[in-house]
Design a protein around this ligand. Structure first.
Ligand SMILES: [Zn+2]
Ligand SMILES: [Zn+2]
Length: 170
């Protein structure tokens, strides 16, 4: 996702950006995005530093951690990063700057803000995605989706060694 700083005449500024969400490279996160990612942010300038705060929103699907079925989600993340324009040189130390900060050469027009936007979305992804709070998951014995069908496995099981496991699935 690209931001064109030169197109902004006055600061502070509010900008809205849209880009194909698949360009945010989120596949490894388990989120299968669809459509556009939309960024709305305020940019405050102080000399060669641009402070960006706002939100990013994108839609997609996650796989439920209990029943393994995909379900639709809208993810809304908080944007909070800086862009630093620098000519480099002896006084400049990249290590001293936060990883989320985007560093660009002085006068750069297009700034790639893909990384901080991706981070904002990743922070909002649930560790254990659930299609719904009450998802009943898969039967541990026969594997059917208990949201859709019923089985008699639990009732038929009398072996006490399974009790602990059965409790986990209640
Ligand atoms: Zn589920
Ligand atoms: Zn079953």
């Amino acid at each position: 996702m690209m931001l064109d700083l030169r197109a902004i005449a006055d600061f502070p500024a509010r900008v809205t950006l849209e880009d194909d969400a698949s360009r945010l490279d989120l596949a490894a996160s388990g989120l299968a995005v669809s459509g556009m990612a939309r960024v709305e942010m305020d940019i405050v300038r102080s000399d060669n530093v641009y402070y960006c705060t706002g939100t990013v929103e994108c839609a997609g699907r996650l796989d439920c951690s209990r029943c393994l079925e995909p379900y639709p989600v809208t993810i809304r993340g908080e944007i909070d990063f800086s862009i630093i324009e620098t000519a480099g040189g002896a006084g400049f130390d990249r290590e001293a700057i936060a990883d989320t900060t985007v560093v660009v050469p002085v006068g750069a027009s297009s700034v790639d803000i893909t990384d901080p936007v991706r981070e904002a979305i990743l922070l909002e992804l649930p560790l254990k995605p659930l299609c719904r709070e009450s998802c009943r998951g898969l039967c541990p014995y026969c594997g059917i989706n208990r949201n859709e069908q019923q089985c008699n496995c639990t009732m038929e099981t009398t072996d006490p060694r399974w009790d602990g496991l059965r409790d986990l699935w209640k």
